[in-house]
Design a protein around this ligand. Structure first.
Ligand code: HEM
Ligand SMILES: *[C@@H]1O[C@H](CO)[C@@H](O)[C@H](O)[C@H]1NC(C)=O
Ligand SMILES: *[C@@H]1O[C@H](CO)[C@@H](O)[C@H](O)[C@H]1NC(C)=O
Ligand SMILES: *[C@@H]1O[C@H](CO)[C@@H](O)[C@H](O)[C@H]1NC(C)=O
Length: 479
């Protein structure tokens, strides 16, 4: 302990010495070779491997100095419920507000005098689930049909349905011209997303800077005021952003752009992985296709018919095999971090008996990938088993560690206060997209390709992409 105190105190001087009082039982501190960069480089290269190695050496709880900040990792999933409950001392919003404001280019909410704004925004998330999910799901279905119909002839599949469902119809000349450039800019921006979250100034990333400016200006109030059929969720956000005059038009637009990013950035790679895994395993594909036909009570679908396929929320809920295949894809590709900032020096409870000392402003992190890849919880964790979350025709929810049933075993959507508010909508739209794809197209992976692997550059930030492009072959069924 003395040794750690010494090392910790050095960079901060007397201030830290004073704060230090009263903080006992601090977890082991892992220092990097380079005092400033700390372990950041090693972490970036292979976060999962790095943490696994540290856990072996130091146990379930340890602190790593990354890019100048002290980050305490909690590796035992049995402690998760207790940690998640300590929301009062462990704040989420300060960190995410700061990071998002840097990445998406708006003034941090905290720096503006907007009492109650954060709570109102939080309440507006209700418009994404519960009873509000039905109209969203219905609208998404119609938009997917629209996109499928318009695009299959040009032999390009476009992802525009989520945008149409949330933001509605823009008045641009046709859907395509505007949507294409929006997509291109989003791709360019997203490519640099990891660097932006690492605080690399956007001025150094010329392409990302230009595309971010274009993306933000796309959502300027005078443009959005001409859009029609906007979802209730986005309309509510507009109201909230307009409510106080302190916010500039650019800030408002940047908030809308941030929301667009949140609504597609993880959904798209999830669709990719689910499709990829299904096409890699004939028995999985067969089970899912059978289930989709059964639910729709169809033997054959003809794309040429004018009738749209309709999948209601209830029907989507019944798609058990598709659901488990998507969850299994999320388990294998999700690498998000749950980040909390300590609001005071306190003793962080881990479970009934154990606790560790944490200081104000320290970061406490849950890293669910290590839970998702734990061979004790998931047998052969690297293998895609499409029915891993099904047992006896029902959803399987019992997974164990050290003989104890886990409350949290699958966490691609975060936890507690920062749990993704779009998760139900996300699962539904992924199901809808995959259903239509499987119904209308005969798809296969092009032969002779190496197996897709995860690109680690987004470790900590969400669903990982494949490290190289994967080629699919597809043609319309029965036309
Ligand atoms: C597979 C798809 C998705 C995944 C894996 C995902 C994952 C996540 C995660 C892990 C967080 C929490 C971040 C944290 O704890 O720091 C989050 C937050 C958020 N997500 Fe999602 N998400 C998905 C889809 C969506 C969709 C479709 C929407 C909107 C329609 C959405 C809207 C949001 C919003 C607004 C937040 C911020 C919540 C807050 O500030 O409290 N997400 N998402
Ligand atoms: C707008 O939404 C209404 C119902 O919500 C629908 O009837 C109408 O067709 C939609 N208009 C367009 C252009 O999508
Ligand atoms: C499925 O279709 C068959 C024959 O077309 C019909 O008899 C049956 O009632 C349908 N089942 C459901 C659940 O709609
Ligand atoms: C998949 O995971 C979500 C939560 O992430 C859960 O609500 C759903 O019931 C799961 N479905 C299956 C079939 O495991």
């Amino acid at each position: 302990l003395l040794m750690h105190t010494f090392v910790l105190t050095l960079p901060f001087g007397c201030l830290t010495l004073i704060l230090k009082r009263g903080v006992r039982d601090e977890p082991p501190l892992i220092q990097g070779w380079l005092p400033f960069v700390g372990k950041a480089l090693e972490f970036r290269r292979d976060a999962h491997g790095f943490l696994k190695q540290q856990k072996k050496k130091f146990g379930d709880v340890f602190t790593v100095r990354i890019a100048g900040r002290f980050m305490t990792f909690i590796m035992d999933p049995l402690s998760y419920p207790t940690i998640i409950k300590q929301g009062r001392q462990l704040d989420f919003h300060a960190f995410s507000d700061k990071m998002a404001s840097v990445v998406f280019g708006y003034t941090p909410i905290r720096d503006m005098c907007l009492p109650g704004f954060r709570d109102d925004i939080f309440r507006s998330f209700k418009l994404l689930h519960g009873d509000n999910l039905a109209p969203l799901t219905e609208s998404m279905m119609a938009n997917l049909m629209l996109v499928f119909r318009q695009d299959h002839l040009s032999e390009r599949l476009r992802e525009g349905a989520t945008f149409l469902t949330l933001y509605g119809r823009t008045q641009d000349a046709g859907r395509h011209s505007g949507m294409d450039s929006l997509r291109e800019d989003l791709v360019k921006f997203d490519k640099r997303f990891p660097l932006l979250t690492a605080n690399v100034p956007i001025g150094l990333l010329r392409e990302a800077k230009t595309s971010r400016e274009k993306l933000i200006s796309y959502f300027l109030p005078h443009r959005m005021s001409c859009w029609s059929n906007m979802s209730q969720f986005i309309r509510r956000r507009q109201e909230l952003l307009n409510h106080d005059s302190v916010m500039t038009d650019m800030d408002k637009a940047a908030h809308h752009f941030a929301m667009l990013w949140a609504s597609v950035a993880n959904t798209i790679p999830t669709c990719f992985w689910a499709l990829y895994h299904l096409l890699s395993q004939p028995e999985a594909l067969q089970a899912v296709q059978q289930e989709v036909h059964d639910i729709l009570n169809l033997s054959k679908v003809e794309f040429s018919s004018d009738r749209d396929v309709v999948l209601s929320r209830e029907q989507l809920d019944k798609l058990l095999y598709l659901g488990t295949a998507i969850n299994e894809s999320l388990r294998l590709s999700s690498a998000s971090m749950n980040i909390r900032v300590a609001q005071e020096d306190f003793s962080l409870r881990l479970d009934g008996e154990r606790s560790v000392g944490v200081r104000k402003d320290d970061i406490v992190i849950l890293y669910p990938q290590s839970l998702h890849m734990d061979p004790e919880i998931y047998d052969q964790p690297q293998t895609f088993r499409f029915d891993r979350f099904v047992q006896d025709g029902m959803e399987k929810t019992d997974f164990y560690k050290d003989g104890q049933k886990l409350k949290y075993y699958l966490m691609p959507f975060g936890s507690g206060a920062s749990m993704c508010p779009g998760r139900h909508f996300a699962i539904n739209e992924i199901k809808q997209f995959l259903c239509l794809l499987l119904l209308y197209f005969k798809l296969e992976l092009e032969e002779g390709q190496a197996r897709a692997t995860l690109d680690p550059s987004r470790a900590g930030l969400g669903i990982l992409s494949p490290s190289t492009d994967v080629r699919f072959r597809y043609r319309l069924r029965a036309i």
